[in-house]
Design a protein around this ligand. Structure first.
Ligand SMILES: NC(=O)c1ccc[n+]([C@@H]2O[C@H](COP(=O)([O-])OP(=O)(O)OC[C@H]3O[C@@H](n4cnc5c(N)ncnc54)[C@H](OP(=O)(O)O)[C@@H]3O)[C@@H](O)[C@H]2O)c1
Length: 333
């Protein structure tokens, strides 16, 4: 019988500590045969995403924890290799939630066919997938950018942040990124077309923001939290809007408090947290727009690709520590 590999959650990381290799276990199983109504998919790409760190723990969250000894949760892109489902045929390219494994069975309910003639399959896990829709929702629905305004985004070279800044530019805004390191900042400005980028590892963020945003900040798309949030809050204009998308700086450590809540009152700020999977009505229009932009070369993206399923844990640790440069993927096929 042919076999395939999967990675299961073997144990939970200690709260506020980085995950470790012994939290994962690589297993080999027989490739299953689909029953009536099922599809067998060979996964070619696995998406690694920061939310997986939350699922590994048991702390209070918007989603149930990942079960122990079960395949790690994750977005996948691949090809149908056997089908007993009327909606899918062998050879269809699909995206789904089949997890950290080389093959997966689906009943078709969370599986979508995608068109790879103009958009590469892997992009459906990035700019034309969940991270892209996250950027679209937070920017369009919460920040609601207006022509001439200044929008700042943290983790600016990453899967979500890179889309936020490019969409903000297309809305006529001044787009300012915050990213870790000179190479990431150079990419954000020179390749993605942001107006400026602040290297938070080398620069004083407050001072650099005052220079890059002399008229203040109208919209802030927050991916990171911690001291970066405090730095940007102090530069917000009256009636500024903050889309609280992620707080990756504290996923493996203690949360950093907001230093001065009076910023919200005095500047009449709005801060809205959101979870993209709770806004399914936005997915079709967002994916349509993002797909067209990528297909026509108007939305750029970059990928960090780890090779093979056994490389997934190390690549995941890298994502949480900023060693990725663009959307973190694992190439399975
Ligand atoms: N709310 C939702 O529905 C939703 C959906 C998707 C993603 N998210 C959130 O969006 C954020 C970005 O996700 P992504 O998939 O696009 O990841 P990403 O930006 O491609 O990769 C994560 C980046 O976070 C930055 N980072 C890591 N640790 C940091 C620290 N201590 N301080 C500052 N920056 C740090 C690193 O960039 P630098 O090297 O530039 O620091 C790293 O490359 C995450 O917070 C994620 O949880 C939320």
């Amino acid at each position: 019988m042919p076999t395939y590999r999967r990675i299961v959650l073997a144990s939970r990381p200690a709260p506020e500590q980085p995950p470790r290799h012994d939290n994962f276990r690589l297993e080999t199983l027989e490739v299953p045969t689909p029953s009536n109504g099922q599809v067998l998919v060979r996964n070619l790409w696995l998406s690694l995403d920061p939310y997986m760190r939350g699922r590994m723990g048991e702390g209070p969250s918007y989603a149930a924890p990942q079960a122990l000894n079960e395949t790690m949760v994750g977005g996948t892109a691949g090809e149908v290799v056997a089908s007993k489902h009327p909606g899918f045929a062998v050879g269809d390219q699909v995206v789904g939630q089949l997890g950290w494994q080389e093959y997966g069975l689906s009943d078709g309910s969370r599986l979508s066919k995608v068109d790879t003639r103009h958009v590469p399959l892997s992009a459906y896990l990035g700019a034309v997938g969940m991270p892209g829709v996250t950027a679209w929702h937070g920017l369009r629905r919460i920040i609601e950018p207006k022509d001439g305004e200044t929008v700042v985004v943290s983790a600016a070279s990453g899967a979500v942040g890179s889309v936020v800044g490019q969409l903000a530019k297309q809305s006529g805004c001044r787009a300012i990124g915050i990213a870790g390191g000179r190479d990431k900042c150079r990419y954000v400005v020179e390749d993605l077309g942001f107006d400026a980028c602040i290297d938070y590892k080398a620069q004083d963020v407050v001072k650099a923001l005052q220079e890059a945003a002399p008229k203040g900040v109208d919209g802030y798309f927050e991916n990171v939290g911690g001291e970066i949030l405090n730095a940007v809050l102090g530069q917000m204009n009256a009636f500024g809007r903050i889309a609280l998308c992620g707080l990756i700086a504290s996923y493996n450590s203690q949360p950093v408090p907001i230093r001065n809540p009076s910023w919200f009152l005095v500047r009449r700020l709005k801060l809205q947290g959101f979870i993209v999977s709770e806004h399914m009505e936005d997915w079709p229009p967002a994916l349509k727009e993002l797909g067209t932009l990528v297909a026509t070369g108007k939305l750029k993206y970059r990928e960090s690709v780890a090779d093979g399923l056994d490389a997934a844990p190390e690549a995941f640790f890298g994502l949480l520590a900023g060693r990725n440069f663009g959307k973190q993927l694992v190439k399975l096929g």
